[in-house]
Write a protein that binds this ligand. Structure first.
Ligand code: SP5
Ligand code: ZN
Length: 368
């Protein structure tokens, strides 16, 4: 079979394109410390490749009320983030350094101590624009989620800072607000939802947020916490609690994994998602599973991302993809594009784009 890109018409009709919502203001959050990998160039690298492909339709983000954030985050945490970030000197980010591992009952007054009260590591700073940028990412994810609820079958929230490490009341791992969780929460108003986290690092944020919920399934495929961040979560015996028991599934994989081995686990994860019978799927797309990623140890290549996308697309679910990690700038664009080529290559997605009103003859389905 020839490569997928040769099978798809060069100019897609607008309604056959993937809806793309980009966090326009993301550059305001820029931690300039050497070695801080979560940098604005990540979005630029992906966006350039996507635009050149002609397969995406850009839509501006709409503003959503704060209640969508407090639906998934503790309101004291949200107030803290907003108030503190606005107060900071733009040149002076605050790094947490003391953590309440013995007693969490009293929130300290001192700003740097409060940072530790609400944080899980020492490398994710609070800075002047972290709140505003993270809020922008939430608006993008919600704009894309809303489009799904209006009949769009596939949307991509291309955002930074990432969100999947942000828990109900904690930031860390370069994340402040959990955009994929906000989108899943939004979509859960109209039916069961599944989150599939494909980032190299465990999706502890949405695990924490939905741990006791049966209606939102959280699945994560990641490097085993014995060697991979966030180190203290992501074990396979974390299965949910109360009504949510069984609705959290972790696949903790070894340090070395290639494309075929990864797909064996992905197939298991997708089978679990089918069992949950969701009405919508949120994919937390980390590209740090790629070869040469400085935070990961795996070796996926563009063709693997395409195959992964193809497998996810075969579920035939309305799908929202939210960008998470991925730090090897040179391959970010091609790997993201390959994932979407795979996603849109499936007959089921093509069938849906016909239903969504794609003109006959130019539909993706006619070429596959
Ligand atoms: C969203 C995501 O992929 N987060 C990944 C977090 C993994 N971080 C690895 C730890 C990096 C610590 N480096 C400290 C650099 C600042 N001195
Ligand atoms: Zn990651």
């Amino acid at each position: 079979m020839p490569p997928v890109e040769m099978l798809v018409p060069h100019r897609l009709p607008e309604d056959a394109k993937v809806l793309l919502v980009v966090n326009e203001g993301h550059e305001i959050h820029h931690v300039r410390e050497r070695g801080y990998l979560e940098a604005p160039v990540r979005i630029k690298a992906i966006l350039g490749t996507l635009i050149d492909s002609g397969r995406f339709r850009l839509e501006p983000a709409r503003r959503f009320p704060q209640k969508h954030i407090t639906a998934i985050h503790d309101s004291a945490y949200v107030d803290f983030l907003e108030a503190v970030c606005e107060k900071l000197d733009p040149e002076r980010p605050v790094y947490p350094y003391v953590f309440p591992i013995r007693n969490r009952t009293r929130e300290p007054e001192d700003l740097a101590l409060r940072a530790g009260y609400y944080c899980m590591d020492t490398f994710t700073p609070l800075d002047r624009n972290a709140w505003r940028a993270a809020r922008g990412a939430i608006d993008c994810a919600l704009t894309a989620a809303e489009s799904l609820s209006q009949g769009q079958r596939l949307a991509y929230a291309l955002v930074r800072p990432p969100g999947h490490h942000a828990e109900r009341r904690a930031f860390g791992g370069f994340c402040y607000l959990n955009a994929c969780a906000a989108a899943a929460q939004y979509l859960s108003a109209s039916g069961r939802v599944a989150i599939l986290d494909l980032d190299y690092h465990h999706g502890n944020g949405q695990q924490d947020i939905f741990y006791a919920r049966a209606d939102v399934l959280t699945v994560s495929i990641h490097g085993h916490p014995r060697f991979a961040f966030p180190y203290f979560t992501g074990f396979e015996d974390e299965r949910g609690e109360g009504p949510g028991l069984g609705a959290n599934i972790n696949f903790a994989l070894p340090e070395e994994i290639d494309g075929p081995a990864y797909r064996e686990t992905l197939a298991d994860a997708l089978a679990q998602i089918v069992c949950h019978r969701p009405t919508a799927l949120v994919v937390a797309l980390g590209l740090d599973t790629a070869r040469r990623d400085p935070t990961g140890t795996w070796s996926l290549r563009a063709r693997d991302f395409m195959e992964n996308g193809r497998m996810v697309g075969r579920l035939g679910l309305p799908t929202l993809v939210v960008q998470e990690g991925g730090y090897y700038t040179r391959s970010l664009g091609r790997n993201a594009l390959a994932f979407f080529e795979g996603l849109t290559a499936t007959p089921s997605v093509a069938r849906q784009s016909r239903e969504a009103g794609t003109r006959g003859g130019r539909a993706i389905s006619t070429t596959i």
